[in-house]
Write a protein that binds this ligand. Structure first.
Ligand SMILES: [Zn+2]
Length: 413
């Protein structure tokens, strides 16, 4: 009988086959149990990564022997984590002279998969399984005993709304015998990794810290969270058939932070694939990634004017500046740079004529939003030459060609 693991492996191979990124995948596939992997199993993968790295031309640069001494010593310390402060106070022992060298060394060991370290974080994680186990226990694992414990309300909130209470983090940290003083460092690391997003000024009875956990909540907005809309504009972020969930959730977390920075009192609504956040009191944004259809590698962004009166004839129209577009561009570039250099994307509008054309229906023809916002007249042109009327987008961003249009309402004939 083919085991479940084997059948998953075959499924993965079939998924990879003929994909644009197939050539980037290096077989063999290694299987791990997330929570119970043995040190030898992890070591086997680390050795494999080392072997692949050695073949890459830029890694043929020699690294100082003392860097390796440092690695052997901290790995042999039997600890799960170290702090940068600890490393700094002992760096003389390894003849590492300044902080820059320490940072370069940590980055190099991180890149080769021996430690987990992110510049600006205090924590150096020596055993990836330790971090994995903590994080998975905090944000993904539920057992009945816990759900029925004195923290059942917090677990219910996490299950139903994707909101994580600080007490759950404290409890899991205690269970893993983490060092008390490093609890803040691990929270900081999860925030810097965009795994969770702190909800500012939590207006609850206990006044305790709470965090959004996008990967934890149900997939889409529920009926109550779909607010009445006035006029709306829509564009797409296309990821060329490759959009990792981690990238999606990180983008959602970053956009939520941006929104809450503008208006602390306006809280975004988080779901695993869909989220709702604010530009200001009059405009909201819904981002949606629908994995159940052929557009699974796209995020649909809808900006709409709120319409509390549910007006049908004189609906409020979208009237914003380009702040959100600038922030979106900056965030996508930064995420790509930090986490997924090979991810490609375009922010734009689907060409409506190409979309309808039979022989072009498999091709995604996006007119970049950047180009649209610089259009002088009212028509933009797709790469195949089709003209498209984009005046509604220009109006929404207050860039109407005549330069005079600024009505607060749009009339439906
Ligand atoms: Zn076209």
């Amino acid at each position: 009988m083919v085991s479940r693991v084997k059948s998953k492996e075959n499924e993965l191979k079939q998924l990879i086959e003929f994909q644009p990124y197939e050539e980037q995948v290096r077989l063999t596939i290694y299987e791990f149990d997330n929570c119970h992997a043995q040190i030898e199993e992890v070591k086997e993968v680390q050795d494999r990564i080392d072997a692949i790295i050695k073949e890459v031309p830029y890694m043929k640069v020699p690294i100082p022997v003392k860097w390796n001494t440092f690695l052997c010593e901290i790995e042999g310390s039997g600890k799960n984590t170290w702090t940068v402060k600890e490393a700094l106070s002992e760096m003389g022992k390894w003849k590492i002279t300044d902080e820059d060298e320490l940072q370069n060394m940590l980055k190099s060991h991180h890149d080769t998969g021996h430690i987990i370290y992110h510049k600006g974080c205090e924590l150096i994680v020596l055993r990836p399984q330790f971090l994995n186990s903590i994080i998975s226990n905090i944000i993904t694992v539920f057992d009945d005993k816990k759900v029925g414990s004195k923290m059942s309300n917090h677990y219910k909130e996490l299950c139903n709304k994707g909101i994580l209470h600080i007490d759950i983090i404290k409890d899991v940290w205690k269970e893993h015998k983490g060092e008390g003083a490093q609890l803040e460092d691990i929270i900081d690391m999860m925030i810097k990794f965009d795994l969770i997003c702190e909800i500012p000024d939590t207006n609850t009875d206990d006044g305790e810290r709470r965090f959004f956990v996008p990967c934890r909540s149900s997939p889409t907005l529920n009926a109550k969270e779909n607010y009445p809309r006035g006029d709306e504009i829509e564009f797409i972020i296309d990821f060329y058939y490759f959009l990792p969930d981690g990238f999606l959730h990180r983008l959602y977390v970053r956009m939520a932070k941006w929104s809450m920075k503008r208006h602390e009192s306006l809280k975004p609504t988080f779901h695993c694939r869909q989220m709702n956040f604010f530009i200001d009191h009059d405009h909201r944004v819904v981002m949606n990634n629908d994995i159940d259809n052929k557009d699974y590698h796209q995020i649909k962004v809808t900006i709409f004017a709120v319409n509390p009166l549910k007006l049908q004839s004189n609906r409020p129209m979208v009237s914003i500046n380009e702040d959100i577009i600038h922030h979106l561009d900056k965030t996508l570039e930064d995420l790509k740079d930090r986490w997924a250099k090979r991810v490609k994307y375009t922010v734009g509008i689907l060409c409506s004529s190409c979309k309808e054309h039979e022989d072009k229906k498999d091709k995604i023809n996006l007119i970049p939003l950047e180009d649209i916002l610089r259009v002088k007249g009212k028509n933009a042109t797709c790469s195949d030459g089709c003209p498209m009327d984009v005046s509604h987008i220009l109006k929404a961003f207050n860039k109407h060609p005549e330069g005079t249009y600024k009505a607060p309402f749009v009339s439906i004939q």
